[in-house]
Design a protein. Structure first.
Ligand code: ACO
Length: 359
């Protein structure tokens, strides 16, 4: 049996920080509400397009795997905030890396995009279509945010993570997964102005209005993720107690707590970084796994469960068996262009640019 081992990992977090206090300077909100209702304290705001973040994360993942760009057979870019639709964003990452032998595709399932991308790459390696892949989960929602809507503006942040996958005869990488979608409920997270749908109703691309029913998404997120977790455990014939670490999508600390309770998982078995980054959509779960590895929370052979959900409403859970190595083989000295602005300055610039556009 052939598997797709994850032998490289990397992240790219833009340096500009937007705190809860910063948000309260232009929204009717405060640190106490945001922390108690979501667990978030700060998030990152990107000064560069999403493909730049993805490029750095990929360069670091390649270095960690000890591979060159020429060895990459596939780049799959999970996101819903692509620089452009044509040409796709994976092709820009290929260009920046010089990964000339890679097939390139973009994939959008909203917040689960990075995890769905992991499934597609794993399947293509396991079936021999490609021998290796870079899987990206990256998002820059700040430029598509409705910064006048406190219901959503406080929840999201920007970031990127990437994994290098290669074929292996050892049982490693994704060993079971469950993917699905509550399409009947797709309208409870609908962003006007982020695509063509409302164009003939006078909605301008980028002028987003988030039709977002937080409490309803909350409930379906808990149900969808816990069912998906049960599915993968059953597929693999594993008991909940056999899981070493749960690395969930981080949309709300209370959602994570509800999920952990259903899974009977103690605090030390759940990896959480929502306080530092908020919800980075497609980047969230992949970046959480990268940080869990960096912090020594993943041991060789560890069984890792990664549930996620997103707009659509898509849901997923992946069961990973970690391979034999948790230390990177190398590092990359490549980095983002410097940023001399704060997160608040970057957000105020986005708001001002839209006002100029409106005239
Ligand atoms: N600051 C202060 N008050 C706020 C804020 C804010 N930022 N946002 C909402 N409120 C108010 C509301 O107006 C409401 O006031 P009211 O009682 O006077 O009407 C009150 O706080 C409670 O609002 P609820 O919506 O009931 O609060 P809830 O406890 O459900 O928390 C939240 C809202 C955080 C959005 C939660 O429902 C949630 O996390 N939902 C799912 C998260 C989510 O959808 N994430 C994106 C998923 S898709 C993806 O990941 C791409």
């Amino acid at each position: 049996m052939r598997y797709a081992d994850i032998t490289g990992w990397g992240k790219c977090t833009p340096p500009a920080i937007l705190t809860n206090g910063d948000l309260s300077t232009f929204l009717e909100t405060d640190d106490a509400w945001i922390v108690s209702r979501t667990g978030m304290k700060e998030r990152r705001i990107s000064h560069v397009p999403v493909s730049d973040l993805a490029h750095i994360a990929c360069a670091r993942a390649l270095a960690a795997a000890g591979k060159t760009a020429a060895e990459v057979g596939l780049i799959i870019f999970g996101s819903c905030s692509f620089d452009q639709i044509v040409p796709n964003s994976a092709s820009r990452v290929q260009q920046l890396l010089g990964a000339d032998n890679a097939a390139c595709m973009d994939l959008n399932t909203a917040c689960t995009s990075g995890m769905y991308a992991l499934s597609v790459a794993t399947a293509m390696i396991r079936t021999g279509v490609v021998q290796s892949a870079l899987v990206i989960g990256a998002e820059v929602t700040s430029s598509m945010m409705d910064w006048s809507n406190r219901d959503v503006a406080v929840l999201f942040g920007d970031g990127a993570a990437a994994f290098y996958l290669e074929g292996s005869e050892h049982k490693a990488g994704v060993v079971a997964e469950s993917l699905g979608c509550f399409g009947k409920n797709r309208d409870i997270l609908d962003v006007a102005g982020w695509g063509q749908k409302y164009a003939n109703q006078g909605v301008i691309l980028g002028e987003t209005k988030w039709n977002f029913n937080g409490p309803e998404i909350f409930k379906r997120a808990v149900v969808g993720m816990s069912r998906a977790c049960d599915n993968v455990l059953e597929k693999e014939g594993l008991a909940k107690e056999a899981i070493d670490l749960i690395v969930p999508h981080q949309a709300n600390l209370r959602i994570i707590d509800a999920l952990a309770k259903r899974m009977g998982a103690s605090d030390e078995k759940v990896y959480i970084n929502i306080q530092r980054y908020g919800n980075m959509s497609a980047a969230t779960a992949p970046l959480a796994l990268v940080e869990a590895i960096e912090e020594g929370r993943v041991a060789p052979g560890a069984k890792i469960l990664m549930p996620a959900f997103g707009g659509g409403l898509t849901w997923s859970a992946h069961l990973l068996t970690w391979g034999s190595r948790t230390a990177p083989l190398g590092t990359s000295d490549i980095d983002l262009s410097p940023c001399d602005k704060t997160g608040l300055q970057l957000v105020l610039e986005i708001i001002a640019a839209r006002q100029i556009k409106k005239g």
